[in-house]
Design a protein around this ligand. Structure first.
Ligand code: PLP
Length: 463
């Protein structure tokens, strides 16, 4: 690493990225390229001799950016937010600069200790119970994704149960979630060797706003026990991906507890909002959970990846995930004086991800972060008002529908207005054109359902 070259190239790169953000609204949000476009534009082998950074950046501008879907555009409303920020970006630079591999405390004590401290900070902001903090038997850990988070706790729960009932009972273990639970749960079951038929995605409907019904969960568990199966894991969600539904955590926790099951709360998408006192109520019941997860890389201004997971019993994780080969042994670990995060996750290696979360918390401060989240919620409400004022549209959830997610850091009211105009224009074209051709304009046209990504409109069935 030549530090003078780093200085020069680093400035050039920061300028490039800063210009990207300055002009981001000029790009079409959804990449317009065809599959395989890039192979036609780039050479088929790596260069023998070094090229200049400028040449590479020119290629980024002309060949890579056209193939980028601009998640940071203020006009991006698909999937879920994936925030970046100046603080998150700076944290990434620092982490890349130091570039240590912090799998054990000894491999970089600051990486482990900062992660523990920052997750305690965030845990306190979310008013998580004391047992989730590092001072007790639990603690927080940064995973790469919510999918990894649910996998590691599922493995911990599986092994805890198998230690009690015997390894041969693996085929009898049953997991419960809802048909709104993120597919990460199903994937975790596949990896953990849970029998495919034993991952119960219980039906939800509009009578509970698509939340998991405690009665249905209880019935399913009782039935499974009666046929000799072993319920061991229940996943509740705070903010489902498609409609931000909140499952009734208290009731679900009670059911899990009375059946000796692990209760995991997935708040990957919406959990950030719960740092605002007025939205903390959505986490009520998390006190009774065994694990809790929120993605700081979704809606908390922390560049990807940074998925925060807290557990009450860190030993359950460690018992499932630790290995202790000769080359990893060291005095601090042997003496049980330290946390070795390699035993809380799937990979061995790990980045210094806490730096960016620390930077976000320090450079913005809690009040600004709360106001940032409130502003998005306000913009989403504003959009709902727009929809409510046009009889051709209605706000609804749980069916094939237009879905507009407000959460990109640069989004302002004018972007919402622009998106709404696109939708209204599309509605006009869709609803009126064929009828106009027949000279037969409807007085009250049917409402329109939309899917957020790509703005493909499709009329909903008439009620
Ligand atoms: N859980 C919920 C509620 C989500 O919204 C998502 C992402 O959409 C996930 C889990 C999966 O997140 P990740 O991509 O971090 O695995």
């Amino acid at each position: 690493m030549d530090s003078e070259q780093l200085r020069e190239y680093g400035h050039q790169m920061v300028d490039f990225v800063a210009d990207y953000y300055k002009n981001i609204e000029n790009y079409p949000v959804l990449s317009q390229v065809e599959p395989g476009y890039l192979v036609k534009l780039l050479p088929d082998a790596a260069p023998n001799q070094p090229e200049s950074l400028q040449r590479v950046l020119d290629d980024v501008q002309s060949k890579i950016l056209p193939g980028v879907t601009h998640w940071q555009s203020p006009n991006f409303y698909a999937y879920y937010p994936a925030n970046s920020s100046v603080a998150g970006f700076l944290g990434e630079i620092l982490s890349a600069g130091i570039n240590m591999v912090g799998f054990s405390w000894i491999t970089s004590p600051a990486a482990t200790e900062l992660e523990m401290i920052v997750l305690d900070w965030l845990g306190k902001l979310l008013k998580l119970p004391q047992e989730f903090l590092s001072s007790g038997h639990g603690g927080g850990v940064i995973q790469g994704s919510a999918s990894e988070a649910v996998l590691v706790v599922l493995l911990a729960a599986r092994d805890k149960t198998l230690r009690m009932v015997g390894k041969s009972a693996l085929g009898k273990l049953v997991v419960y979630g809802s048909d709104q639970t993120h597919s990460a749960l199903q994937k975790a079951c596949q990896i953990a060797g849970i029998h495919p038929e034993n991952c119960r995605l219980l039906k939800t409907d509009s009578s509970t706003d698509y939340a998991l019904s405690p009665e249905i969960v209880s019935e399913a568990i009782s039935h499974d026990i009666s046929i000799g199966l072993i319920p061991f894991f229940l996943c509740g969600t705070v903010g489902t991906t498609s409609s931000a539904t909140v499952d009734p955590l208290y009731s679900l926790a009670k059911i899990a507890k009375s059946n000796g099951m692990w209760f995991h709360v997935d708040a990957a998408y919406a959990g950030s909002a719960c740092i605002c006192p007025e939205y903390r109520k959505y986490l009520d019941g998390v006190e009774e959970a065994d694990s809790f997860n929120m993605n700081a890389h979704k809606w908390f201004l922390t560049n990807f990846d940074c998925s925060a997971l807290w557990v009450k019993d860190r030993n359950a994780l460690i018992q499932s995930l630790s290995t202790n080969p000769e080359f990893l042994k060291n005095k601090a670990s042997q003496a049980n004086l330290v946390v070795d995060y390699k035993d809380w996750q799937i990979p061995l290696g790990r980045r210094f991800r806490s730096l960016k979360l620390w930077m976000v918390l320090r450079l913005y401060g809690v009040e600004n972060l709360q106001n940032y989240l409130r502003n998005h919620i306000e913009l989403a409400r504003y959009f709902q008002v727009c929809v409510g004022q046009d009889p051709r549209f209605e706000a609804l959830s749980g069916m094939y529908t237009l879905r507009l997610v407000v959460g990109a850091p640069l989004t302002e009211r004018r972007h919402i207005d622009a998106a709404w105009k696109v939708l209204q224009d599309e509605a006009f074209t869709l609803l009126c054109s064929p009828l106009q051709e027949n000279g037969n304009l409807p007085k009250s046209p049917p409402p329109i359902g939309f899917f957020g990504n790509g703005f493909k409109a499709e009329p909903l069935p008439q009620k």
